[in-house]
Design a protein around this ligand. Structure first.
Ligand code: GLY
Length: 318
């Protein structure tokens, strides 16, 4: 057994046993084939989505309500409320959603609204458009009854002020500074949907938009094949239309793991990695098989399946 697999098994077993105990204690009945996966250690968000799927809720609603947990978490500095601001001190959020029919919605550079994945779903369902940006997206949110919230917390303001002292911008690869929650949900009707939401790179240039709200880059679903979501340095995902690439590679017969690996290696092959950065993909095919791959070690994702919510370690290119 490879060392990494061994560590992963030990890790999963301990997480599994505590969660299984909780679910068994509640006489919980899971729905056998539903599955939810999400980037990074987004335990509560993935559990929320998984439990909604178990109750028979559709995949898109489960994904949007799942990622809302992180959007509302002030401790997550890469998403929603408490997300790191741009270099001018303004928090601007990006998100997109896509469902099993190929319908999609997105919002970019939205200020003062917490649940931007929900807003992207509203763009999809209530407007004739796919994407709304900036003030237009914000005004649409207000017209739909979203409340305005200052997204800067005391902590994120303090961190930004500290950053201003040096104004050094470096893409970040470690676990604590992960970015973006992307989620894929397979519902009881065998339909895959997904959501992706982020505050983008910390201290980005004002107006910078990454991969997360771009259908095909941050997220892509083809219900006949599967779905994929990306996390990491958005510029590199955008240049390779990463999530679309993963789905197309699955269409050609690759497993989710193989497809994520090939998409990551396409980025690696055109970069020297002198300036280290992280990109990772997670993917699910129409049979509910899942996989992932990252450039740098340290990337994990959550997998809710058969009533258990496990953290999984990902193989990496380096
Ligand atoms: N992956 C998030 C971003 O680059 O904005």
């Amino acid at each position: 057994m490879k060392r990494r697999n061994f560590i992963f098994d030990i890790f999963s077993i301990s997480l599994m046993s505590s969660l299984s105990t909780r679910l068994k204690a509640k006489n919980f009945n899971f729905t056998p084939m539903v599955r939810s996966i999400s980037t990074w250690k987004t335990t509560e968000a993935n559990l929320k989505a998984g439990l909604l799927l178990d109750k028979g809720i559709d995949g898109l609603t489960a994904a949007v309500e799942g990622v809302a947990v992180e959007e509302e978490n002030p401790k997550n500095t890469t998403v929603g409320f408490g997300g790191a601001p741009d270099r001018t001190g303004k928090v601007t959020l990006d998100a997109c959603v896509m469902n099993h029919l190929g319908d999609c919605g997105a919002v970019v550079a939205v200020e003062n609204i917490v649940n931007v994945a929900r807003l992207a779903k509203d763009v999809m369902e209530k407007t004739p458009h796919v994407m709304l940006a900036g003030k237009g997206a914000h005004d649409f949110a207000i017209s739909e009854g979203y409340k305005q919230t200052d997204l800067l917390t005391e902590k994120s303001k303090e961190d930004w002020k500290k950053w201003l002292e040096s104004e050094q911008y470096k893409p970040i690869i470690n676990i604590e500074n992960h970015d973006t929650i992307g989620m894929l949900c397979l519902d009881k009707n065998k339909n895959i949907s997904g959501a992706c939401t982020t505050s983008g790179l910390a201290y980005k240039m004002r107006g910078r938009v990454g991969d997360s709200p771009i259908i095909g880059s941050g997220l892509f679903i083809d219900n006949k094949v599967g779905g994929a979501v990306a996390t990491g340095l958005g510029e590199e995902v955008l240049k390779t239309v990463g999530s679309f690439l993963v789905v197309e590679l699955m269409r050609q017969g690759k497993s989710p793991h193989e497809a994520c690996e090939a998409a990551v290696k396409r980025i690696v092959s055109s970069n020297s990695q002198e300036n280290k950065f992280q990109v990772a993909y997670i993917a699910m095919n129409k049979d509910g098989d899942v996989g992932s791959y990252s450039i740098e070690p340290g990337f994990t994702y959550m997998d809710y399946f058969k009533g258990e919510n496990k953290e999984k370690i990902t193989e990496s290119a380096f």
